[in-house]
Write a protein that binds this ligand. Structure first.
Ligand code: ACO
Length: 428
């Protein structure tokens, strides 16, 4: 097997190195191409461009494989916990017992957010989307911890920033919800584990005792694991890109939260439920909406279907679908949205339009139904995604920093006017 590729252009030949990953993925390294030939590569949406080498997550979109640090997602979802997976992603290995206890303890001790930040929440309009609130409060953490802004931070400072962010983010997210419904915020409880504590801050009330249902705790823990990383997607690439300018962790993650918000990315989980509601309110004619999705003159897309990378199935969607069935059974909840979702899935999977384009349900298709059963409002769904993705973003930011990657700065092919002369306003 050769380890170079040859590019012929304008009677010249260029030898380009081929890089091979640990799963035998191959890439043509074009880093020196411009210096040698003045050519750049053009790849709108980075559909075929590797932006980095990474040791964190492997996915094979054709085979439906997803592994964090080598461990299959199916095993982690069944046997691990979200906090253990966060440790694995960020530090590269499964923690030993003492390491996990210390990590959990460190996170528990940092969950409080500065009292002054409460006033930020009060200043947002009642209808503020929680993603906007969470993104800006996350960025505001940098103003309370200015030491995080130093480009030459010590390893200890970086570790402290990571723990602070992991801990405070669940409080930030839960308080965004409390604020949106006009309820008093709940302070974190140090005696509770991460997921129970989050549910306590979401659904607890100062006047009542709150015990989270273990069925819900388990399902949420699993959902967070499934969302924890997904290599170089839109929001993760954003985190790495912003971080490459040496912006601090809080600012980089805040940018990632904004990127996640869009309906083509993490915002799809909210969009799925809105779509299912639309179908239900319209009389439940699933085929009508399948036809709309296929009609190129209609902007409607089947939300929760299709993926840039998975072209046979999304392994996370299979686990979530089962978890969804189990949870609704255990809670004794019947949700008409689930029936519509199942009909929609069946109709799409048997329709040549979706089959030919390899469009399958993605992670967001069933997650919204689980969140609904937990009592989480639709506008919070993407915040839940962010809560899960946080360790992945942090791991990717840390790796980018450790690799001393250069500032991200893509090039372009300019297609505008060539030089022309300014005209006085009277002559235009
Ligand atoms: N409904 C109908 N048609 C679709 C859909 C869909 N959900 N997704 C893709 N298509 C069609 C496109 O119209 C296109 O058809 P064409 O070849 O006839 O022009 C073809 O399938 C390929 O689609 P692209 O948009 O080129 O694929 P891309 O890889 O750029 O987009 C994306 C992937 C954004 C996920 C897309 O499938 C989509 O919009 N899905 C709905 C939103 C969604 O669920 N997003 C969540 C993704 S998972 C996540 O981010 C966590």
């Amino acid at each position: 097997m050769t380890n170079t590729a040859t590019l012929n252009f304008n009677d010249k030949s260029y030898e380009l190195p081929v890089v091979t990953g640990s799963e035998n993925e191959q890439a043509i390294d074009i880093q020196k191409l411009r210096a040698d030939s003045e050519l750049i590569t053009l790849d709108s949406g980075y559909k075929n461009t590797g932006a980095t080498t990474s040791e964190i997550t492997f996915l094979d979109g054709e085979k439906g494989i997803l592994r964090y640090r080598g461990y299959p997602i199916e095993q982690l979802a069944e046997k691990s916990s979200f906090i253990e997976v966060a440790y694995l992603l960020i530090y590269g290995e499964l923690p030993k017992k003492a390491q996990l206890e210390k990590f959990q303890n460190d996170i528990t001790r940092h969950t409080l957010i500065h009292e002054d930040m409460k006033r930020f929440y009060e200043a947002y309009p009642a209808k503020a989307h929680p993603m906007g609130v969470v993104a800006s409060i996350t960025c505001s953490l940098s103003t309370f911890y200015p030491e995080s802004q130093q480009p030459n931070r010590s390893a200890e400072e970086i570790e402290l920033t990571i723990v602070r962010l992991l801990a405070k983010f669940s409080t930030i997210a839960a308080w965004a919800y409390k604020n949106s419904v006009g309820h008093p915020v709940m302070y974190p409880k140090n005696s509770l584990h991460y997921v129970e504590n989050f549910l306590h801050m979401m659904f607890g009330m100062p006047t009542e005792n709150f015990d989270a249902d273990p069925v819900i705790v388990n399902a949420l823990d699993k959902l967070l694991i499934l969302h924890a990383d997904h290599e170089q997607n839109c929001s993760t690439s954003t985190v790495r890109m912003v971080g490459s300018s040496q912006a601090n962790l809080y600012a980089s993650i805040s940018a990632g939260i904004c990127a996640l918000w869009g309906p083509l990315h993490g915002g799809a989980n909210q969009a799925v439920i809105e779509m299912l509601e639309q179908i239900k309110n319209d009389g439940g004619d699933v085929q009508k909406f399948i036809n709309k999705a296929k009609d190129k003159n209609d902007p409607f897309r089947l939300m929760g279907f299709g993926h840039r990378v998975y072209k046979n199935f999304d392994p996370r969607a299979s686990i979530i679908k089962d978890a969804c069935d189990q949870m609704l059974n255990k809670l004794g909840v019947s949700d008409p949205m689930l029936d519509i979702a199942k009909q929609l899935e069946e109709a799409a999977l048997n329709d040549p339009y979706f089959v030919e384009r390899k469009l399958y349900p993605n992670v967001d298709f069933y997650s919204g139904i689980i969140y609904r059963a937990m009592g989480i409002p639709t506008e919070m769904f993407t915040v839940m995604f962010a809560l899960g993705r946080l360790p992945g973003w942090i791991a990717q930011w840390k790796e980018m920093l450790g690799n001393k990657e250069p500032i991200s700065r893509p090039r372009q092919i300019y297609t505008g006017h060539t030089q022309r002369n300014y005209q006085n306003i009277a002559d235009r």
